[in-house]
Each structure stands twice: as C-alpha cells, then as structure tokens.
Design a protein around this ligand. Structure first.
Ligand code: ATP
Ligand code: MG
Length: 250
C-alpha cells in the first residue's frame, strides 16, 4: 500500500497551513513527520486519513482517494490522546473498532491485547491502566481490523521518556511482525531516528518539506542502538536539519 501526496496545499480560511507537499510513502515503509508545532503535521495526517480535503493537489492511497481507502478499512489511525471510552474495558474498547468498521474478526481483540503485553488487563477500565498501557490499547484499537496503513499522530507524546523508549521499541517489534505502511508524527528526534526508514522534516507554517533524511540502518532497532556512534550521528543529522527548517522559515 502506498500513500502519494502530490503538491498538497491546505488553507483554513486565510491561514496557509501546508504548501506544495509532495511525498510518496512506499509499501511497508515507516515515514516520520517532524517539524515545529503548528507546521501542519496533524493536518497532513488528517488529509491522508480522508478527514480533511486538500485545498490544492491530491492524495492517493494505492491509487484511490483516502476516503475510499478508509471506507474499505485500509487505514488505522491513532492520535496523541488515547481515544478510549471510560465506560468500556480495554477489550471492549478494542472491539469498538470492529463494531464501527463492521469488519468482524480481522484479528482477535483478545489475542492482540495479550500480544501487546496486556494479557491480564482485558477487563480493566482505562482509569485502571497506566498511560503506556492506555496507549497500547489505543494502538490495538487502530490495528485490530488489520489495516495495511497506520497513521500515528504523536502516540507517545504524553508519556515519560523511559516509557516512551520502551513503547517505541515495542512498536518497532509489532510492525516487524506485520509489514505495514506507516506515517508517524513525533517531536522527538531520537524517536524518529530509531523508528523510521525516512524522516520528513517540515518547515514552520506554512509547512513545506525542508528535507527528507533516509536512516540507513536495518529495522527494527533495539534500545541499545541509542548509544551507538552511528546512530548518534544520524540523530545529529536530523537535529541540524530541523534547526535549518526552522531558520528557513524565519
Ligand atoms: N480545523 C481547523 N480550522 C482552522 N485552523 C486549523 C484547523 N486545524 C488546524 N488548524 C491550524 O493549522 C495549523 C496547523 O495545525 P496542525 O494541528 O496540523 O499542526 P501540527 O504540526 O500538528 O502542530 P503540533 O506539533 O502542535 O501538533 C495551526 O495553525 C492550526 O491552528
Ligand atoms: Mg499535531
């Protein structure tokens, strides 16, 4: 499954949010969007999910419109705040996706939760789960209908650094078992570098692609790589690119 953005512009009234964004995310590729707050990352994801329409240009998901791809349940979306219902257990929250998509039994919600390290927590309510556990339920809910495409908007943004690291490692492992095309948004240069095949650096609003960096190391990458010299060089490369992108916009 590919996602192809061709000269995508987006305006909200007078405000120009995205300017001529062209990018092809290849089948099975993990691409991260990084850039200053307000540069249009969430908007770009929402356009890919068919939740917003571009003001100019177009997006194709395997040659079709995002809305059709969504209707065919090809896209799973998870946002920063877990969209869990407080009145439903972890298991029932995951099952809700299947109720909405009508795609019964693509993956077993119970098996998925167990696979996500939540074997003993199926019947727990969100308030009985830690932030990291809630995020795992949230991602399970985005994955349970087994969509070939995942759009993840700062899914670990609210977590402390160590939980975040282990969640990143966990996600890398999960994705390794089921090849998916992923667009991920983060503010963490390290997280982007550890997870991605390519990192798209966006300038401040209006968001334009400032640079695309290929992280030339095999995936998934373990936590130990964080102290590796080659890895640190990659992180530094992404960080300078981000600085350049911000300067370019000033
Ligand atoms: N529905 C909307 N109506 C009007 N303006 C909007 C709407 N959605 C987003 N915007 C504006 O578009 C710009 C980009 O917002 P967006 O949420 O895409 O940024 P972002 O890069 O995800 O930021 P952050 O890193 O803080 O999450 C912001 O200036 C925001 O105010
Ligand atoms: Mg955002």
């Amino acid at each position: 499954m590919t996602i192809e953005f061709s000269s995508v512009d987006k305006r909200f009234g007078q405000v120009e949010v995205l300017q001529s964004v062209s990018l092809t995310v290849k089948d099975g590729e993990f691409v991260t969007l990084i850039g200053p707050s307000g540069c249009g990352k969430t908007t770009l994801l929402r356009i890919a999910a068919g939740l917003e329409t571009p003001s100019g240009g177009e997006v194709k998901v395997n040659g079709d419109t995002p809305r059709n791809a969504c209707r065919q349940h090809q896209i799973g979306v998870a946002f920063q705040r877990p969209a869990l219902l407080a009145s439903r257990t972890a298991l029932k929250n995951v099952m809700m996706t299947l109720e909405i998509t009508g795609r019964e039994g693509a993956l077993s919600p119970g098996d998925l939760l167990t696979d996500f390290g939540l074997g003993g927590f199926h019947d727990h309510y969100p308030h009985q789960l830690s932030g990291g556990m809630q995020q795992r339920v949230n991602i399970a809910a985005a994955l349970v209908h087994n969509p070939p495409i995942l759009l993840l908007d700062e899914p670990f943004g609210a977590l402390d650094e160590l939980t975040r690291e282990s969640m990143g490692e966990w996600l890398g492992g999960v994705l390794n078992r089921s090849s998916k095309t992923v667009i991920f948004v983060t503010h963490s240069v390290e997280e982007a570098t550890i997870l991605s095949d390519r990192i798209v650096v966006l300038s401040a609003r209006p968001g334009r692609i400032s640079e695309i960096i290929t992280v030339d190391m095999s995936r998934p990458r373990s936590r130990e790589i964080r102290t590796d010299e080659g890895f640190l060089r990659e992180v530094a490369k992404v960080r300078s690119s981000l600085y350049r992108a911000v300067e370019m916009s000033q």
